[in-house]
Each structure stands twice: as structure tokens, then as C-alpha cells.
Design a protein around this ligand. Structure first.
Ligand code: ADP
Ligand code: MG
Length: 404
């Protein structure tokens, strides 16, 4: 897959040109304030490239899941303010995402100006991939830059729909710098990993990640399993899991996976358990065969951390998705923190690590090592779909390019 990238375009051709940019500015908001601006910051390189070349930037994004109608709770206004601070230039917020107000606002933009349109999902046509809505945006300019990796796994009017509409009018749809970076790191890990290649999978459920396991198993040298996902594997081995989170309808697929994987798949050898997974619970460390009928498994144990850390230390390529335990609670965070440290240390030593998943990103932040990890993906669902080998509509729709 080689898609044209915004940096492949001659900057001289951008001056005064209206450029549509779809970013993923879907940030968590609490009381109208942005509680984590990672996605806004991740969109800056593309915006800086375009504004410094003198483009007139029309920025589109969704935020949250409004029900196809305006809802002040999901307004992008706070994002416009933060973006202006970070870009150090004014960002015009347009309180509509389609219609005459948008056209008027776009017509008044000068070279290097940025206008952020209101949440694209205030129109039901966005998620429905309405061609008319896409065409109304495409009428504003002849270059579309899709930088919204986090939304690339959906065929929406503001993603693949807009790309198709711009191309249909003879324009180009290219990848933004963040999109290109995401595709490069995830793609290289899958296509030409330096070995040993170690994948770490955890989190709440097998169900959402079974395709990822299936796609990764033939490629990796080791697959380290943690989180509640491990419990379903324990059950497949006939072990007691007590009151732990187990997906009974996935035990069979877990059993088959164990058979196919052989010694490439590692399961925790010990666990941190408690009667309740709650703040202040009294915890014990037990071997995985010693989990009691009243126990709940909340984290991987210290012996597991040691085994996994050794595998990680030997790795040259690491893909990680999903925490090892209920890291939101201190008593069950140590397994995830230990993995985060091991991955960061491997990166210090020259290994390449790519981390995907919203909770996983929060976990490495909490462990204070996010900056040392090669690439922390901004796309949770999109990175999982990519790792599972699925085509991403938002990427597929882009113009082919010469870049590798
Ligand atoms: P990501 O967002 O990185 O893809 P997931 O959403 O799949 O990760 O999983 C994260 C969640 O999994 C966290 O909220 C964490 O508390 C939970 N989790 C991890 N281990 C366990 C466990 N042993 N029991 C219950 N929940 C767990
Ligand atoms: Mg999650």
C-alpha cells in the first residue's frame, strides 16, 4: 500500500489553495474541558505544514457520538481554542459543519488561515456516508488531506466519502503526516519486522481481538497474553478462574488458538487475585493453578512479569495492545507498569515498539514512559483492525503515490 502523502506535494502549489483536512480531534471532554489533548497535538504537524505553505485550511472532525443532530455537549469549540493555543495562530471556529455558513466562512479565509468546522456527526449523513454531504465538502476545494487515522476504519462521508468525492471532481486525496506515520509504523511491524518480533496482547476481552490474535500468530516469534483475556485461556486449559472476567463463549476458540500456537503463545504463570477488583482490596499472588473459587484475577503476577520482561528485552520489534491488568486500580497496575518499563527500555536499546489502544496509551502515560516508546498510536479501533489485516476504508480511498 503506497498512498500519496501531503509532504509529496510541492509546497509552492499550496499557497492560497483551499485544502480540506479531516483530522481525528475526538478528544475526551469533561465539563467542556479537554482532559487529554494528545489527538490535537498529533494533528499539528500536518496543519503546520499546510499553514506555513500558505494554504487555506478547512478542518473537519467528529467528536464523540452525537445522534446525528447538534448537541452542545459534543461541540468542537473547546478544540478550536486549544488548537489555536498550540498552533499559536487564530483558528476560526465555524458553528456549522455544512451549508451556506461554511461556504461563507471558507471564502473569507486568507493564506495560512485555519477554520475548524463544527462536529461532522451533527449531520446524520456523516456516519451514513451520504454522498451529497461528501460532495458539499468536496465543492470547497480540490485537495483533501485525511489525517484521521483513528477514524480510518469507518467509511464515513468525512473520511472515505470525501476522498471519493474530491477525486471524482479531478482533485487529490492524500494522507496527512500522522496518518502516514501510523501506517508506516504499524505496516512495517507487520510486513518487515526485525526479529525477534514479540506481540503483547491484553485488555478486557478476547472477542474484540480474536482476529488480531489470528493475524499476528503466524507473524510473531512470541505472543505474550495478559489481562482478562488470559482468563479465558486459563479456562480453556481447565484451570479454576473463580469470579474472574471470562468469556465463556470464547473458551473453544481459545483452546484452538492454544493448539495452533504451540510454544509461541505465552500465558501468565502467576496472578494477582482478590475477592473484589476494587480500590483498597487485599490482594494475593498465586500460581495460575492455585486460583480459588472465590478469587478474581486482576493482574499478572511477578513471575510472569519477569518471564515477559525477558522476552521483551530480547525483542527487536514489539507490538502491544491492551493492559496486563486492571491498571486503573493501583493494586492491579504493577503488571502493566512493568511491561511499560520493559518496552521503554527495549526502545532505549534500539527496538521498535508500536502501541495501540486507548487504554494502553493511558497506561503507558500513567507509567511515565510514553515518550520513550517508538510510536503510540492515536487510533484504538483502527490500529486493531489494521493489525487484524483488515483494509481501512479511509486509507483505501486515498490517491496512490510513489512513496513506500
Ligand atoms: P485498549 O483500549 O488498550 O485496546 P481494552 O479496552 O481492550 O484496551 O482493555 C482495557 C481494559 O481491560 C481496562 O479497563 C482494564 O481494566 C481491563 N482489564 C485488564 N485486565 C483485566 C482483568 N484481569 N479483569 C478485568 N478487566 C481487566
Ligand atoms: Mg479500550
Amino acid at each position: 500500500m503506497s498512498k500519496k502523502i501531503v509532504s509529496d506535494i510541492d509546497p509552492a502549489s499550496l499557497a492560497g489553495r483551499t485544502v480540506l483536512v479531516r483530522a481525528d480531534l475526538n478528544v475526551p471532554l469533561a465539563d467542556g474541558r479537554i482532559s487529554d489533548d494528545r489527538r490535537v497535538r498529533a494533528s499539528l504537524p500536518t496543519l503546520r505544514l499546510l499553514t506555513s505553505a500558505g494554504a487555506r485550511v478547512v478542518l473537519l472532525s467528529h467528536l464523540g457520538r452525537p445522534k446525528g443532530a447538534p448537541d452542545p455537549k459534543y461541540s468542537l469549540k473547546p478544540v478550536a481554542d486549544r488548537l489555536a493555543e498550540l498552533l499559536n495562530r487564530s483558528v476560526r471556529f465555524v458553528p456549522e459543519s455544512a451549508g451556506p455558513a461554511v461556504r461563507t466562512a471558507v471564502e473569507s479565509l486568507s493564506e495560512g488561515d485555519v477554520a475548524l468546522l463544527e462536529n461532522t456527526r451533527f449531520h446524520p449523513g456523516d456516519t451514513a456516508n451520504d454522498p451529497e454531504l461528501a460532495a458539499s465538502w468536496a465543492a470547497l476545494g480540490d485537495l483533501f488531506v485525511n489525517d484521521a487515522f483513528g477514524a480510518a476504519h469507518r467509511a464515513h462521508a468525512s473520511t472515505s466519502g470525501l476522498a471519493e468525492a474530491v477525486k471524482a471532481r479531478g482533485g487529490e486525496a492524500v494522507a496527512g503526516l500522522l496518518m502516514a506515520r501510523e501506517l508506516r509504523f504499524l505496516g512495517e511491524a507487520l510486513e518487515r519486522p526485525e526479529r525477534p518480533f514479540v506481540a503483547i496482547l491484553g485488555g478486557a476481552k478476547i472477542s474484540g481481538k480474536i482476529d488480531v490474535i489470528g493475524a499476528l500468530l503466524p507473524r510473531v516469534d512470541r505472543l505474550l497474553i495478559g489481562g482478562a483475556m488470559a482468563n479465558t485461556f486459563f479456562k480453556a486449559l481447565g484451570l479454576e478462574t473463580g469470579g474472574s472476567l471470562v468469556e465463556d463463549d470464547r473458551v473453544e476458540v481459545a483452546r484452538r488458538t492454544l493448539q495452533e500456537a504451540g510454544e509461541r503463545l505465552l500465558l501468565p504463570v502467576d496472578c494477582v487475585v482478590a475477592a473484589e477488583i476494587a480500590e483498597g482490596s487485599t490482594t494475593r499472588v498465586v500460581e495460575r493453578s492455585q486460583v480459588g473459587a472465590d478469587d478474581r484475577i486482576g493482574d499478572v503476577g511477578p513471575a510472569t512479569r519477569e518471564v515477559y520482561a525477558k522476552e521483551i528485552a530480547a525483542a527487536r520489534t514489539i507490538v502491544w495492545n491492551g493492559p496486563m491488568g486492571v491498571f486503573e486500580i493501583d493494586a492491579f497496575a504493577e503488571g502493566t507498569t512493568a511491561m511499560a518499563r520493559a518496552v521503554a527500555t527495549a526502545c532505549d536499546g534500539g527496538a521498535t515498539a508500536v502501541l495501540g489502544g486507548g487504554d494502553s496509551a493511558a497506561a503507558v502515560d500513567r507509567a511515565g514512559v510514553a515518550d520513550r516508546i517508538t510510536h503510540v498510536s492515536t487510533g484504538g479501533g483502527a490500529s486493531l483492525e489494521f493489525l487484524a489485516g483488515a483494509a481501512l476504508p479511509g486509507v483505501e480511498a486515498l490517491t496512490e503515490g510513489s512513496a513506500a
